[in-house]
Design a protein around this ligand. Structure first.
Ligand code: G6P
Length: 603
């Protein structure tokens, strides 16, 4: 989703803003722009398309000044275009704003402004903010932002500069993330840490309706009423290297290869000791009659895996739901429910809304989150952190794997606490979990084989994924990954469901990826596999089921042995690599697939 950067300091703003925007590209965008306040006044440069287009425009018509704001836009109101891209100016061209979020009452606000004679350049909700800001401005940016927060409904992270105020960069947020930071040469605002990490490791997380006023060597904060606020700095512990490609062709590939380490660190922090372990120790699972797990996209697929694991180990029913559906079905939850919210970013609007609804209904909430200072991490009653580090590729890989392992640990811990398994059994399962990083590295060391097959599947129109039980859950993630980055149509089916319609889509040479890791279900999934082969399909079998008599129609990729319920952590690696290599062979923009955003901060 949209990315914001702002700078005020001793250096020229343009290179710093462009550098920051590059670090925010992963959020997904379709246009970019910056506004700089220099000796010549307030100047804006913006361009549809990639940042390189904006860079060329700026090379041809440079902007000078040491105060500026920048933005990468992911279109919500109005098509991607030069005019709709940010920053937006008010009518007097005096105030420039960049905005992430959606203003829900912008139509009403715009109508009133139009009645007063205002003329708008764009179709965006953001331009309304710039007009209102100029209307409210009486020489004080803080007061202007307070007034804006009184009339704006919806979500916003805003960076504001004013031609009258060359010494101030203003910011305010509600329901969209925004951080501030101070370096030796200036102060910053940004949507996310990588944008400013090159300049500072000390950041401040703005909470809803808090205001920041930044000077060249100062960061001042105010509460929603405008009273001064002392905010704690937080130290960023990960390095910029972890937000760089490190010689790999794509962030996604680098992040796939990091998964052994990510699993190891997440397990270390959760299984027998560490901060996640303390959270689990403090969780009285027996109090809850109902467990609900929710999330969006891959996080929902992790919930699907979690349901199988938790139910089988704890013998307690688990409900799962897509976060965007959860709040519209008036979920039956109360103080005896535990709602688990999975989110890499911790900023997904639908998941935040699900969290807030769960709290409203009195349920206990547990986040499983990657970004430490994020909204879900802060608002959930309890939070487990995936130690994935910054994930830059839009399609999640390492954060998903860390979510899975936390769900296993949560399930084993709960099963032991509920007496559904003995201490000894919990110990054995813990050892199985501990074996996952090495086994993951073993799978990741044999990428060549997957690469070879992927090369021959590039031209497929459609690819199906089938599995049963836990393999069905991970099939859903394999299919999502493939369609996200390769743009090949794909669907995931429970093996037994194929014959109820989908089998009619199987033609000569259709590729079916069949996942088989549950021994008791081998005969079932293999019979589904034979059914598609007999209708002309070619099959990639992921797993260790015995195969006979399927000749060249089937290729098998075996996996290291592991406790079956934890096998998704290994099979998913093959599925991620498959999607990656197919997309790479098609020469696609793997880290930034079209129309997708890393962090979906709007509904
Ligand atoms: C977007 C991303 C997905 C991600 C989903 C949930 O759609 O493209 O990869 O799974 O959001 O994001 P979250 O940050 O909540 O895990």
């Amino acid at each position: 989703m949209c990315g914001i950067i702002g700078y005020i300091g001793m250096k020229e703003a343009v290179p710093i803003l462009l550098g920051g925007l590059k670090k925010l590209e992963y959020r997904g965008y379709d246009s970019a722009g910056i506004a700089v306040l220099g000796r010549g006044g307030l100047a804006v440069s913006k361009e549809k398309g990639r940042l390189s287009a904006l860079e060329s425009r700026l090379a041809a018509s440079p902007l000078e000044g040491t105060l500026g704001i920048g933005h990468t836009r992911w279109a919500t109101h109005g098509e991607p275009s030069d005019l709709n891209s940010h920053p937006h100016l008010g009518e007097q061209q005096k105030i420039a704003v960049v905005h992430n979020g959606i203003i829900e009452n912008y139509r009403q606000l715009k109508e009133k402004l139009v009645q007063r004679g205002a003329a708008f350049q764009s179709e965006t909700d953001t331009e309304v903010i710039a007009h209102l800001a100029e209307q409210f401005y009486r020489g004080d940016l803080k007061e202007t932002m307070i007034k804006l927060s009184e009339v704006l409904e919806g979500s916003y992270a805003l960076g504001i500069i004013c031609a009258d105020k060359p010494e101030v960069l203003g910011a305010i947020k509600k329901d969209s993330p925004l951080i501030a930071g101070l370096s030796e040469h200036g102060a910053f605002i940004a949507s996310d840490i990588p944008a400013i990490l090159e300049h500072t490791r000390e950041v401040y997380y703005l909470q809803d309706r808090e205001i920041a006023l930044l000077g060249r060597d100062s960061c001042e904060f105010f509460d929603p009423q405008g009273e001064p606020l002392i905010k704690e700095k937080e130290e960023v512990t990960w390095s910029l290297d972890s937000a760089e490609k490190g010689g790999h062709p794509h962030f996604m590939f680098k992040e796939i290869l990091e998964q052994g380490r990510v699993l190891r660190e997440t397990i270390q922090d959760s299984l027998w000791k560490g901060r996640n372990h303390e959270v689990l120790e403090g969780l009285d699972i027996a109090r809850y009659r109902k467990i609900v797990i929710t999330g969006c996209g891959s996080a929902y697929n992790a919930a699907l895996v979690g349901k199988y694991v938790f139910e089988e180990l704890c013998r307690v029913p688990v409900e799962i739901d897509i976060a965007s559906e959860f709040r519209y079905r008036d979920p039956i939850i109360d103080a005896s429910s535990l709602v688990v919210l999975i989110s890499q970013s911790g900023e997904t609007a639908d998941t935040i809304a699900a969290l807030r609804l769960a709290k409203e209904k009195g349920a206990a909430t547990l986040g499983i989150v990657n970004v430490v200072g994020s909204t879900i991490a802060k608002e959930a009653e309890l939070c487990l952190f995936t130690s994935a580090g910054p994930e830059i590729a839009v399609a999640t890989t390492k954060a998903f794997s860390a979510q899975l392992v936390l769900l296993y640990i949560f399930s084993v811990h709960s099963a032991a606490a509920l007496g559904a398994i003995t201490k000894e059994e919990a110990q054995i399962l813990g050892e199985e979990i501990q074996s996952l990083p090495d086994k993951a590295e073993e799978v990741l060391s044999s990428t060549g084989m997957i690469q070879k097959h992927a090369a021959s599947w590039v031209g497929k129109k459609s690819i199906f994924f089938i599995g049963r039980n836990i393999d069905y859950a991970i099939a859903a993630e394999g299919s999502l990954k493939l369609k996200e980055i390769s743009y090949i149509h794909s669907e995931a089916y429970a093996g037994g469901e194929l014959k109820h319609g989908t089998i009619s889509l199987i033609e000569d040479n259709t590729l079916v990826v069949s996942i088989a890791s549950r021994k008791a279900l081998y005969p079932k999934i293999m019979s589904n596999t034979e059914q598609v082969i007999s209708r002309g399909a070619r099959v990639l079998l992921v797993g260790n089921a015995e195969v006979s008599g399927m000749g060249d129609d089937l290729v098998q990729l075996s996996l290291p042995r592991v406790y079956e319920l934890f096998s998704p952590s290994l099979s998913v690696l093959v599925l991620q690599l498959l999607a990656y290599y197919i997309a790479a062979n098609k020469g696609l923009d793997i880290d930034k697939p079209r129309n997708l955003a890393k962090s979906v901060t709007v509904e």
